[in-house]
Structures are given as C-alpha cells and as structure tokens.
Design a protein around this ligand. Structure first.
Ligand SMILES: Cc1cc2nc3c(=O)[nH]c(=O)nc-3n(C[C@H](O)[C@H](O)[C@H](O)COP(=O)(O)OP(=O)(O)OC[C@H]3O[C@@H](n4cnc5c(N)ncnc54)[C@H](O)[C@@H]3O)c2cc1C
Ligand code: SF4
Length: 339
C-alpha cells in the first residue's frame, strides 16, 4: 500500500485566504479535486507540509458570460463578450454546460474525454491547466524510481529518455489546454500581490520539470474565452490506450473560422501530449482563402513536420508520429462537413 506523508490540511473559504496561506507557507501546495496531486503525493513526487484546499472557495466556481472586463452579464445580454469558467469548475460541469456545448463544442468534448466519470466529477479546470507533466520513468512509486537511480525531474541527475542533456521532456498530458489555445483563451492568475492575465498559449513553457510560468504562490482564478464571430468550427481528437480511462498519447485541437463562399478565414491547430508544451502548428495562415476540405492534407503535412515525439510515454514514438497527420485529417474533416 502507498501511504501519504504527514501534512496539514487548510480549508479557506475565500480566495484571499487561500492566497495568504500560499504566501505564508513556502512548502504549501493547492489542491482542488486532488485527482492528480494525491497519486503524485503517494509516489513521493510531491511532499508538501501544507495543503490548501480550493473546493470550498465560491469565487472559483461558476460558468457564465461576461463583458470584456470579466464582469458577469445575463445570457441574453448584448454586452456579452466572453465566456468565463471558474478554475474550480469540474470537468463534468464543463462537458455538460449548455453554453459551452453550443459555443465551444471542442472544449466540452475535451473535458468529457478526461479520464473517467468519477475523476471528471472531482477534477477541475484549474487542476487540468496545472497538471504535472508525465513520463514512464517518473509516474512510478518511490521504490521503482529509486531502483532506477531516479531522474532529473525528481531526485536524480539523468534523463532516461534523452540520456544526455539537462532537460526534462516529460509530456504535457492535459486535455483541455490545447483546446483553450485554439480558442484564444486567457487566464487570470491571482496572488496575494494582485492578478495578472495571460494567454493560455503563454502559460506553458517547454520544460518538463515545471512546464508553466505560474509561481508557487499563484492560483488560476478563472479562464476567459472570447466569444467567437459567426462561422467558428472546432474539433478535438484524442489517442489513448483505453477509451474508458486514459491520458492522451496524442491530442489534436483545431478551430477554424469559415466564411461562406470564401473558405477558411483563419485556422489554428494545436498538437499535444508529445512534449512538455502543447505545440501550436505554424504556417497555417498560408492556407487561408481555400475551402477547408482542400487544405486538410497540407495542414496534416505541416503538423507532421513540426512534431517530434520522444520515448517519454509507453507507446512507440514513431507510431505516435505517424498518427499525427491521421488525427489532424480526422479533426479537420469533421469540421469541414457541410462547409
Ligand atoms: C486514472 C487517471 C486518469 C486520468 N486521465 C486524464 C486524462 O485523460 N486527461 C487529463 O487531462 N487528465 C487526466 N487525469 C488527471 C486529472 O484527473 C485531471 O487533469 C484533472 O483535471 C486534475 O484536476 P484536479 O482538480 O483533480 O487537480 P489536483 O490534483 O487538485 O491538482 C493538480 C495540480 O494543479 C494544482 N492546482 C489545482 N488547482 C489549481 C488552481 N486553481 N490554481 C493553481 N494550481 C492549481 C495543484 O496544486 C496540483 O499541482 C487523470 C487522473 C487519473 C487518476
Ligand atoms: S523526460 Fe527524463 S527527466 Fe523528464 S521525467 Fe522522463 S526521464 Fe525524468
């Protein structure tokens, strides 16, 4: 049996109190649903002396429309400019929310494909954004890792994937961030010193050791997604070993704005679960103007060229690489139906 270490559990009722606790205790970590953190603590990947529970904080809950400054407005308000999702919203809530399903179906799909129903009932959007990167040599018990001499992400000196170098290439394995990137979403990051807003695309960095720019004393407060102009189509595709419960081995998020008669106005494509950071495929602007079904192969070829899977997950990287264009095609063909 894997036992937890001793720690103190704090249950703040207000965001300000949670932020103060994080500032006060240097070895404190936030816990939301605990579906990622608890297994990691049992593996001794994290041993915080203080846990700050976010579940009781009302300011982190809710999904609704807002004006461009994040102030809530009614669903039929002409001033609605963005959809705001609290970091404490569960994946089940996001996947079932009628507004999310209608306006951003790829986000509802991605949230609905995380793990399994019980985990989605507890797991939150904030936890999904801050999910630790994953690797065959890291997500193991202390005993297992010790037998191998640990690795440089935790307790050791070498990377068993690259064998050389000082960089961890563990995989970003969360389902919703790639979709949020294609939708141009941003996040409000709160700390005891105030709040900063940054695009989800700028939240991630290519370092598997800690792959976000979030400081330890900062919390994701909420996610803000601009309401799209008419003609937006979106899709999310995920490769995993078992459809009932598994992390992605490869994921593809796509969004395109189509204008009747003049084809693709804009197209964005994010490929993830390969390296530490979701990869935004570049060069897609050259495909603008053509009907979507005519650019599928070119977009798939660009994605294939720009992605380079490593042996960080259990499945053969060459196979995962070969699947990139297959799943890009499937996502874009789904969006092209009836266009
Ligand atoms: C069997 C299994 C399968 C899984 N499959 C998938 C999958 O297919 N896809 C997937 O994406 N995930 C998967 N997960 C991981 C996890 O369930 C989800 O990513 C979930 O969204 C994590 O949310 P949580 O609230 O439980 O996070 P927690 O475990 O509470 O926290 C995770 C991390 O985020 C930090 N954190 C949490 N909330 C905030 C916040 N508001 N601000 C700042 N930091 C915060 C915590 O400190 C911790 O470091 C799986 C987990 C399990 C156990
Ligand atoms: S990629 Fe290398 S350093 Fe990172 S977790 Fe895996 S083995 Fe460790």
């Amino acid at each position: 049996m894997l036992r937890l270490h001793e720690y103190r559990y704090h249950r703040p009722a207000r965001l300000a109190d949670a932020l103060a606790l994080l500032r006060e205790h240097e070895d404190a970590l936030a816990i939301a649903g605990g579906t990622d953190l608890m297994p990691n603590m049992k593996h001794r990947l994290f041993t915080p002396r203080h846990l700050v529970a976010l579940k009781g904080i009302a300011e982190l809950r809710g999904i609704g429309l807002a004006d461009g400054a994040g102030n809530p407005v009614a669903d039929d308000s002409p001033h609605a400019r963005e959809l705001v999702i609290g970091a404490g919203a569960t994946l089940t809530e996001v996947s079932r929310n009628p507004l999310v399903r209608r306006v951003f179906p790829s986000l509802a799909a991605a949230a609905g494909k995380v793990a399994a129903p019980q985990i989605r009932n507890s797991g939150t959007m904030g936890g999904n954004l801050c999910l630790d990167t994953r690797c065959t040599y890291y997500n193991q018990s202390y005993f297992w890792r010790e037998a191998l001499g640990f690795c440089l992400k935790k307790d050791g000196e070498v990377c068993h994937v690259t064998k050389v170098g000082r960089k961890c290439v563990a995989a970003h394995s969360a389902d919703t961030p790639p979709v949020l990137m294609t939708l141009g979403a941003s996040i409000d990051l709160a700390s005891a010193n105030g709040t900063r807003t940054l695009p989800v695309a700028d939240f991630f960095i290519a370092d598997g050791k800690a792959n976000t720019v979030r400081r330890r004393d900062e919390l994701v407060h909420r996610i803000r997604i601009p309401l799209p102009a008419p003609g937006l189509r979106t899709a999310y595709r995920k490769v995993r070993q078992r459809n009932s419960v598994d992390y992605p081995l490869l994921s593809i998020a796509a969004a395109a704005r189509l204008t009747p008669g003049s084809g693709v106005e804009s197209l964005s494509l994010v490929v993830s679960a390969l390296g530490a950071k979701p990869r935004m495929v570049s060069g897609l602007d050259k495909l603008a103007g053509a009907p979507l079904h005519e650019v599928v192969d070119a977009a798939a070829a660009l994605a294939f060229k720009q992605c380079h899977p490593l042996e960080n997950l259990i499945v053969d990287p060459d196979w995962r690489h070969a699947m990139v264009p297959v799943y890009v095609r499937r996502a874009l063909e789904e969006m092209a139906v009836g266009a």
